[in-house]
Design a protein around this ligand. Structure first.
Ligand SMILES: [Zn+2]
Length: 250
């Protein structure tokens, strides 16, 4: 059994969620954790969490929402965290890929949500793109742990996050030929890894270029098994137990 710890199932990308969940289960991928990270997708994700027993939810405001998120939105987020099926806060973080113009606003939104996570003892799911230094700086100010989502940094950065008590979310990028992630994964313990797709993005080889799906998780797990020279079953068992531990599933 595999857990997809991070996917987006917006109605804009996936119309027939019931069939998607059925296909996932056939491939042994269940439960999944849906990330709602805008006002609209937070509502959608919570609905799916209510409807399907094997869909859990993390909610939080993505750094792309930094300019439009108000204190009232944060108050509403705090209220929704108390709902059943919400297992963490995310994805939240910093993204300087398209520029740093609103860096201060991003940091402010990120830190406010880290404070909420600390208050409710909830794990966080971190989005960090071209912002490793500031991300680590913010995280160190709060007593939180969780997952560094879609990790693709250096071995040094991986070690730093692990030392801070974080797990690394490994997705389709590990199957890409132009990525060094496979090499990094050979050198970090399986005990620090969880699986994720980040659907609809980052589809693993051999389906790269198509829309991603949680049912492709076994391709990511297979690649990790090769890197670590262990069986697919071991990858499934350890990453599933890691995910259950972080998100307090079952
Ligand atoms: Zn994501």
């Amino acid at each position: 059994m595999f857990i997809d710890t991070h996917c987006h199932l917006s109605i804009e990308d996936y119309e027939d969620i019931e069939t998607i969940l059925e296909d996932n289960r056939k491939e042994g991928v269940s439960p999944i954790i849906i990330s709602g990270c805008t006002k609209e997708t937070i509502i959608e994700s919570l609905q799916y969490g209510n409807l399907y027993s094997d869909a859990f939810v993390t909610i939080g405001y993505h750094p792309s929402e930094a300019d439009i998120t108000t204190d009232e939105d944060l108050f509403l987020l705090e209220e929704k965290l108390k709902l059943n099926k919400v297992v963490g806060i995310g994805e939240i973080g910093l993204d300087y890929h398209y520029g740093k113009e609103n860096k201060d606003k991003q940091i402010e939104l990120f830190e406010k949500q880290l404070a909420i996570a600390e208050k409710y003892h909830l794990p966080v799911v971190i989005h960090s793109r071209d912002a490793t230094f500031d991300t680590i700086d913010c995280l160190k100010k709060y007593s939180v742990s969780g997952v560094i989502h879609c990790f693709s940094g250096s071995l040094e950065t991986a070690k730093e996050y692990i030392k801070m008590g974080f797990f690394l979310g490994i997705g389709g990028v590990i199957t890409f030929k132009n990525s060094n992630l496979a090499d990094t994964v050979t050198k970090i313990p399986l005990d620090s890894i969880v699986l994720e797709t980040d659907s609809p993005y980052l589809t693993p080889v051999p389906y790269r270029g198509e829309k991603n799906s949680s049912k492709y998780i076994p391709f990511i797990a297979e690649k990790i098994a090769n890197c670590k020279n262990v069986s697919l079953k071991q990858v499934a068992e350890i990453t599933t137990s890691n995910a259950k531990y972080i998100f307090h599933l079952d």
